[in-house]
Design a protein around this ligand. Structure first.
Ligand SMILES: [Zn+2]
Length: 288
């Protein structure tokens, strides 16, 4: 169920059918090596939301396109938005979703750099008087879990995969391949979502390995994942070049992530009551 495709008279029924769950795909616009488009994370977050909505009744709101790309001043195509503006836009999205009757909102994020901002947003929103609850999810299936399942249940356990895909996944885990940004998972997902936008011939053009500039600081216990990532991966690419990416591996990650997200939304509906009690209890004490 897509918010954008509902007619006016369908909304009341949509709120009932979904148990009041509305999810927002959250991404960003930023370089992903030279082989993937800048909107990669938004395409991926949307694909996971659409897959989850096929399984569980939920409403999918239009994407929050411009997440936190704050460190990216040196590359073309990044869209950096002033943090206060991001906060206000996302708050406005949530209050409009709630005004339309959905009181359970999930921010479905697929950009690691958004995590600190979204955590701040959720603290900020929970200090205000709101008759809705916002949670976040990052429904990325893990390579090691996929390979563990292959080991346990055999190479045919994932009907999407061909033998070369199984080999690629095993190679990733067993040889400790570098990933995280523009990697085997993301490249495969984009091959499944928008193959016309993937340029495998541009792999290897920029280096995806760490400069290790912040390793000593991290070892010394200093933290700032947002600023440090930019120093470690100045090419905005963190991966061993994923030449073995495939549309089939991408479909597997979308299916598994969609299942994780559908389950998360079901749990949110079933276990919501304590959140409502908290909202009522805190009512006299909010900062607005
Ligand atoms: Zn990405």
């Amino acid at each position: 169920m897509l918010w954008a495709e509902l007619r006016e008279e369908e909304f009341d029924d949509a709120v009932k059918k979904t148990g009041g769950v509305c999810i927002i795909p959250v991404g960003c616009y930023e370089m992903h090596g030279q082989h993937l488009p800048v909107r990669t994370d938004v395409y991926e977050a949307e694909a996971l939301c659409f897959a989850a909505a096929e399984i569980e009744p939920i409403c999918v709101f239009p994407a929050f396109e411009f997440g936190d790309s704050s460190p990216l001043v040196r590359w073309n195509g990044a869209v950096r938005m002033e943090p206060k503006m991001m906060l206000r836009i996302l708050e406005n999205y949530c209050t409009e979703i709630a005004r339309n009757g959905f009181n359970k909102i999930v921010l479905v994020n697929f950009h690691g750099g958004n995590v600190p901002f979204l955590n701040y947003f959720m603290s900020y929103i929970s200090a205000k008087q709101r008759d809705f609850t916002v949670l976040s999810a990052f429904p990325a299936a893990q390579f090691k879990d996929i390979v563990a399942k292959l080991d346990k249940e055999g190479d045919d356990v994932f009907p999407e995969l061909l033998p070369e895909d199984v080999a690629a996944l095993r190679d990733y885990v067993e040889n400790n391949r570098l990933g995280g940004h523009g990697d085997l998972m993301e490249t495969s997902m984009m091959l499944a979502i928008r193959p016309d936008l993937v340029r495998m011939d541009r792999l290897g053009v920029v280096d995806g390995h760490s400069t290790k500039k912040t390793d000593r600081m991290k070892e010394a216990g200093l933290l700032n994942s947002r600023a440090m990532w930019d120093l470690d991966f100045p090419n905005t690419y963190s991966a061993d070049d994923p030449y073995n990416a495939s549309e089939r591996i991408g479909r597997l990650f979308i299916r598994l992530g969609g299942e994780m997200l559908a389950n998360a939304c079901r749990v949110f509906k079933e276990d919501y009551a304590p959140f409502q009690e908290t909202i009522d209890y805190k009512r006299p004490f909010y900062h607005n």
